[in-house]
Design a protein around this ligand. Structure first.
Ligand SMILES: Cc1ncc(COP(=O)(O)O)c(C=O)c1O
Length: 435
């Protein structure tokens, strides 16, 4: 496998685009040196790069492509809408059609507003919460890696450059599955916390009573409960993780899977709070997610087509089934190679990730890089193991085989030293303070 053309393109990307691409999580620094392919097209579970390589890909579109690349019914719906125009001086009827279908999928959506990026939706939710409560602080879950590109979140991340300290100080943190830690932040900042923001689940499932506990704490302190369903929405369940686990948020935010990779996101929830973004009330109005491209019609057409596939076909069931097959096969292969502890396969089957530990059992970026180096060579492009509906059983089995061979090399590197096997610099976390 050659990467000559990708490697020639890299300096041109670096010279013109800060970060050498438009999303840090797709960055060259997330891949082994000299093995960061630039993509020319995708089809189903596969992507094709500029050098003519073909990969089985995981985590497509940063988990947004749930059905598969260029999924025919979604493309057809978007194409048909393109012919009718994409943006007008008045709302298009498709905005109501998409909203009504979304409400059928997500029953907590008493009202819904669409936008383009997930960040618009989570930041919109926080703005509503602040207006509703008259408070400034937000309590976010410290174990969850991303909620928004906006200052309220990035200011509290490992890369807060350019964000004033006064803004950074408005975000406080609590621990997942630890209600006492949430109680503690409310106790430290009495009457100041507008909202609690978290995802439903990452690698660890919610402890019994955790979400009911959050509901009760928010009610007791008059704070708004915001559930970020950007990843869990239409992957855990057609109604989101809230439907799977019976979670009762005030507001919830969706994106990613909503449009199978098209740019469309949604903020949904209680009428009493959502309506502050409208004009049928006497309170101060909230400027809620009003952008030029917010209701671009082909994105909404894609969302409608995508939601209809979710409704009519066993998408969720298939994602979980494929993930189970993948996890089972990988765990077996890891056991055979003697790397079970070193490469843990984590998360629910619909959203798996792999860990990478060194000989001392510590999380290791060099070992992550080595594993990626070996799987990429074998035609697997994966920073996670997040499946989509187009991954066939044969794709899963080919992936297990590629990992099984790579695990053998991982084991040797654990025993003999990684320097002997890793050919370039290690990868780095996407969100970090310095280069
Ligand atoms: C859980 C979660 N929330 C919010 C976002 C922000 O969404 P977007 O990148 O579409 O703005 C992301 C993006 O990765 C996410 O993973």
């Amino acid at each position: 496998m050659k990467f000559d053309k990708s490697n020639q393109l890299l300096p041109r990307f670096q010279a013109l685009i800060p970060g050498a691409g438009h999303t840090y999580a797709k960055g060259e620094d997330q891949y082994p040196a000299g093995m960061a392919p630039f993509i020319v097209r995708g089809q189903g579970s596969r992507v094709f790069d500029v050098d003519g390589n073909q990969f089985i890909e995981y985590g497509s579109g940063l988990r947004s492509v749930t059905l598969g690349h260029a999924y025919a019914p979604v493309v057809a719906a978007a194409r048909a809408q393109l012919e009718l125009g994409v943006n007008f001086i008045r709302p298009a009827t498709i905005e109501l059609e998409a909203a009504e279908l979304f409400r059928e999928m997500v029953p907590s959506a008493e009202m819904v507003k669409f936008s383009k990026d997930g960040s618009d939706a989570t930041s919109g939710a926080l703005k509503l919460a602040r207006a509703h409560t008259g408070r400034d602080l937000v309590a976010i879950c410290a174990n969850h890696p991303f909620f928004s590109v906006d200052d309220w979140f990035i200011g509290a991340s490992g890369m807060p450059g350019g964000i004033p300290q006064v803004v950074r100080d408005l975000t406080v943190k609590f621990i997942y599955n630890d209600l006492a830690s949430l109680e503690a932040v409310f106790a430290q900042h009495p009457g100041q916390i507008a909202a609690v923001v978290l995802e439903a689940e990452k690698e660890t499932p919610p402890a019994p009573g955790f979400f009911d506990g959050i509901r009760a704490i928010c009610d007791r302190h008059g704070a708004v409960f915001i559930l970020d369903e950007m990843i869990t929405g239409f992957r855990w369940h057609n109604g989101g993780a809230q439907a799977r686990y019976g979670i009762r948020p005030d507001l919830s935010t969706f994106g990613k899977a909503l449009g199978n990779g098209f740019s469309v996101s949604a903020l949904a929830g209680k009428r009493e709070i959502m309506k502050l973004g409208g004009s049928d009330h006497d309170r101060e109005r909230v400027f809620l997610m009003s952008t030029t491209h917010g209701a671009e019609t082909h994105g909404l057409a894609a969302a409608i087509a995508t939601m209809n596939v979710y409704r009519k076909e066993p998408v969720i069931e298939t994602l979980w089934k494929r993930g189970e097959r993948l996890a089972t096969g990988l765990k077996k292969a890891a056991a055979a190679a003697g790397v079970v502890g070193a490469v843990p396969i984590l998360g629910p089957p619909c959203c798996l990730v792999f860990g990478s530990r060194d000989a001392a059992g510590e999380p290791s970026q060099p070992f992550r890089t080595l594993l990626m180096q070996e799987i990429i060579k074998r035609g697997i492009l994966a920073t996670s193991l997040v499946v989509n509906y187009s991954h066939s059983e044969a794709d899963i089995d080919a992936t297990i085989e590629a990992f099984a061979e790579s695990f053998v090399i991982y084991r040797r590197a654990l025993d003999e030293g990684i320097e002997k096997y890793l050919t370039g610099r290690p990868v780095k976390p996407a969100i970090r303070k310095f280069a």
